[in-house]
Design a binder for this molecule. Structure first.
Ligand SMILES: [Zn+2]
Length: 282
């Protein structure tokens, strides 16, 4: 493997900022259950659980971002972008400038496909996003955190500005593959709502179903810590999970708390990766 990861020496946030927040939503919709098992195309209840995130939760989530003037990055499987034109229209018409980014075609975990199938899926999602959005996206976050060498090769082939799936550091860093470089905006399982509220119908039901308050505590602690260490707070929030009404009330309180600090930069993943590339990649 020719991959090397580089921490950025002398890293600093722009202007007066000392840390950053990038709110990432993984809008999996019905691509979540279908991607994990094609038989779920017939599973109307599992599909409807994903659809709740798209049709019921997303308008409320966009309202919260509007109310607090906080941008977000929406990682959306290409299948959903094609099936729900209203979804991307609402995102692009919001008063805050949001980002739409890659998240597979049908939310495939790359460890479930061959290299050739993965290559074809990358070509397909890039083509569909270009057709539906009129532009290429800047980056991706891996469905199910499936990333391997062939995945990186595809990201470099399509000139992705950033990846947001790895976890070695807690501020932006650089992925080097042969002579090519890409920005990594690290994620954390601590900030993946599935780990706290992951009660799900598929693959087999069960899981956890914590109170909204437990999530608030974990997210606030991590935000306070990352702010103290000058880190990057990225989230993996799912509309069908964190978009339940009680949790949205908690989210609004959490975002308002984080927004009260003037030294925290709220930006999309694309804005942060652009800053990092221009400032630190030679
Ligand atoms: Zn996802």
């Amino acid at each position: 493997m020719n991959l090397q990861t580089h921490i950025i020496k002398g890293f600093h946030w722009p202007r007066h900022y000392t840390s950053a927040v990038a709110i990432g939503w993984h809008v999996d919709g019905e691509a979540g259950p279908i991607g994990s098992d094609p038989k779920n195309k017939e599973h109307l209840a599992a599909r409807s659980m994903g659809q709740y995130g798209v049709t019921t939760a997303m308008p409320r989530i966009l309202d919260i971002h509007d109310d607090l003037d906080i941008p977000a990055s929406f990682f959306i499987p290409a299948y959903l972008v094609k099936e729900y034109p209203e979804l991307t229209k609402r995102i692009s018409e919001a008063s805050v400038s949001h980002e739409i980014a890659y998240h597979g075609y049908m939310h495939e975990n790359v460890f479930m496909v061959t290299d050739k199938e993965e290559d074809d899926l990358f070509d397909l999602q890039v083509t569909i996003m270009q057709e539906e959005l009129g532009r290429k996206c800047s980056g991706w976050s891996a469905p199910g955190w499936g990333v391997r060498e062939n995945t990186l090769q595809n990201m470099f082939k399509h000139n992705f500005l950033y990846d947001s799936s790895l976890m070695e550091y807690d501020r932006p860093y650089i992925l080097c593959y042969d002579e090519k470089k890409m920005v990594e905006l690290p994620i954390s399982m601590v900030l993946d709502d599935y780990e706290i509220y992951g009660a799900s119908l598929y693959p087999h039901g069960g899981g956890v179903n914590a109170t909204a308050e437990e999530g608030y505590q974990i997210y606030r602690e991590e935000f306070d810590g990352l702010r103290a260490y000058g880190g990057l707070f990225t989230t993996t929030f799912h509309p069908c999970i964190l978009g339940r009404p009680g949790r949205l009330m908690m989210l609004k309180r959490l975002l308002a708390y984080m927004k009260s600090f003037e030294d925290v930069w709220f930006a999309t993943y694309e804005e942060i990766a652009t800053y990092v590339k221009e400032e630190f990649i030679r």
